[in-house]
Design a protein around this ligand. Structure first.
Ligand code: AYL
Length: 529
């Protein structure tokens, strides 16, 4: 399947160009006034203008270059921070220098974070005074705290007058840009290596096909509220995109539903990129009625399946708000989306293929490519597809074909008009509130319990979270370990979103002759019980 969107020309590959230089050139062509607000921290009420933001990026870039030992192109920076006004400045500065960013979830457990650090092998880490204790000190020579006076002085080294920084570093588009984390179709978390080109292609696409503003409407500043985590591919991309479009972004360190509603009212938020649980919450909550949310025009939604009933309920309550779904994955970026009102009415689908993207629906058994209407595994080929998993040639070879096709592990079909539908997930991955929960990380923990003979982890449907991780446990003879003890044992060792939230005790774990857990069997049994 070829995209139905017109081809979007990309900058020639031979041209040195970092994502940040590209983003700043898009921003300049938007003719935004330098005094326009780029960020608002809704907890403190602090505003930052485009002019100040670019000034801070410039300062920090200079400061990072003069660190001892100096930070330079090709180094990896590990970042462990909740959302704050400092995170975008840090990303822009590091990337302008050609430093590879590797941001991780700050609520990860120490062992999860140590694993991620081992994967990305950073030269430096950035954390906050609340997260730094989780970093493996012996593997990191330099740690900089984003909430320290030193960091503040690094941000304010030069004045804000220079709005067109030329960082002078030559970054090739094919250079590595980020190491993000995903378990892919199977196994533990891996480091997904993405290039500047991957994100340039994505930015160029969205910009080229941006609907023309309606000339009958007043030219209003788009104000976006960000609930998305900035360490995740979706949040990261939406952040850079919003800046290139000269939007105003309202950020918040800690998610709080009512504080979000208050911010929508106060800052007249018109757009929110979210994942499905937020739409569920808006559709169900009585609280939403207490606030004036009439500024809200569009919601972008991706990261996990969005139920039709949820959209219907939401639309009844907020008839003027368009929901534009998108589908994507860390390994391949944003792959489908909806543009405009007509497409957004097809909410059972996740939209049409993004520009410059090809897809195949492949029969998982025969590997035959299937026509519209037939279900199979979605394979993708596009300039947004990752280079591979860092230091893991085996996993890379299992996911990326030599001719560029990426296997998504999602069971999908296209209709005759090019709309994609996600039917199921073939891969092991569980998504709790759109966060990745790899069963292969929880199973060894369960199996290490002295009362547990064997265990497997599967997804169980849940209205609010989409899915919850469920453990199927075989007790050791004579043991009478209960559900609470199993859940507690795991909860102590993992990030909160990875907790086991349901347990079933069974006599044996079904396995293939090669010893692979037959998850489909467990899932169908769990649903019957
Ligand atoms: P990862 N509907 C159903 N399932 C989805 C959807 C959707 N709209 N979006 C993502 N998924 C599932 O790596 C699917 O199983 O990235 C997919 O393989 O955390 C998996 O989630 C990938 O999970 C964007 C918009 C990136 C979205 C994204 C992807 C975020 C999730 C860039 O611009």
């Amino acid at each position: 399947f070829h995209t139905l969107r017109p081809p979007v020309p990309l900058p020639p590959l031979s041209q040195p160009l970092s994502i940040i230089h590209f983003a700043l050139s898009l921003l300049q062509s938007s003719a935004a006034a330098p005094t326009t607000t780029v960020f608002i921290d809704s907890s403190s009420g602090r505003h930052v203008s485009y002019e100040n933001f670019i000034g801070q990026v410039h300062s920090l870039t200079l400061s990072l270059q003069s660190l001892a030992p100096a930070l330079s192109k090709g180094h990896v920076a590990f970042i462990l921070s909740p959302t704050s006004l400092h995170v975008p400045v840090l990303y822009f500065s590091l990337l302008a220098l050609g430093v590879v960013i590797s941001p991780a979830n700050p609520i990860g457990s120490e062992s999860e974070i140590a694993h991620q650090v081992r994967l990305s092998r950073p030269a430096i880490a950035f954390a906050t005074s609340a997260t730094a204790h989780k970093l493996p000190r012996d593997e990191l020579s330099t740690i900089i705290l984003l909430d320290s006076p030193e960091f503040l002085s690094m941000l304010n080294r030069v004045g804000s007058s220079d709005t067109r920084p030329d960082f002078g570093i030559e970054v090739s588009q094919t250079d590595s840009m980020a190491i993000l984390f995903s378990s892919g179709t199977t196994g533990r978390v891996k480091g997904v290596l993405l290039t500047h080109r991957n994100f340039i292609a994505q930015l160029a696409g969205v910009h080229a096909l941006r609907p023309e503003p309606d000339p009958t409407l007043p030219d209003e500043q788009t104000v976006s509220f960000f609930t998305l985590p900035l360490f995740h591919v979706y949040g990261f991309f939406m952040l850079v995109l919003a800046v290139t479009m000269a939007e105003t972004l309202v950020l918040r360190e800690r998610f709080d539903f009512e504080a979000m509603l208050r911010a929508v009212e106060r800052y007249k938020v018109s757009y929110m990129p979210v994942s499905p649980p937020l739409i569920v919450a808006l559709a169900k909550s009585e609280l939403a009625q207490k606030y004036d949310l009439s500024s809200l025009r569009r919601i972008g939604c991706g990261g996990a399946p969005l139920g039709n009933e949820v959209v219907e309920r939401f639309t009844e309550k907020f008839p003027k708000v368009e929901i534009e779904q998108g589908y994507g994955l860390t390994e391949g970026g944003g792959v489908t989306r909806m543009i405009g009102l007509e497409e957004s009415k097809r909410y059972a689908s996740v939209g049409r293929l993004a520009e410059n993207t090809e897809a195949k629906i492949v029969d998982p058994e025969t590997r035959e490519a299937l026509p519209p209407g037939r279900r199979g595994e979605l394979w993708l080929r596009s300039p947004t597809v990752m280079k591979g998993y860092i230091g893991d040639d085996k996993a890379t070879a299992e996911t990326l074909c030599s001719d560029g096709w990426l296997k998504t592990g999602d069971l999908c079909f296209f209709d005759d008009e090019g709309f994609l539908y996600i039917v199921d997930r073939l891969k092991e991955l569980i998504k709790y509130k759109a966060y990745q929960v790899p069963p292969a990380e929880l199973e060894p923990i369960l199996q290490s319990h002295p009362d547990i003979a064997d265990a497997a982890v599967i997804p169980y449907p849940d209205e609010e979270a989409g899915q919850i991780p469920m453990a199927c446990v075989v007790r050791k003879p004579g043991s009478n370990i209960n559900e609470a003890a199993v859940m507690d044992f795991v909860a102590k060792q993992v990030a909160p979103y990875k907790k086991i939230r349901r347990v079933s005790f069974i006599n044996s774990i079904p396995k293939s002759p090669a010893g692979k857990i037959l998850r489909r069997e467990l899932i169908s049994h769990a649903l019957v019980d």
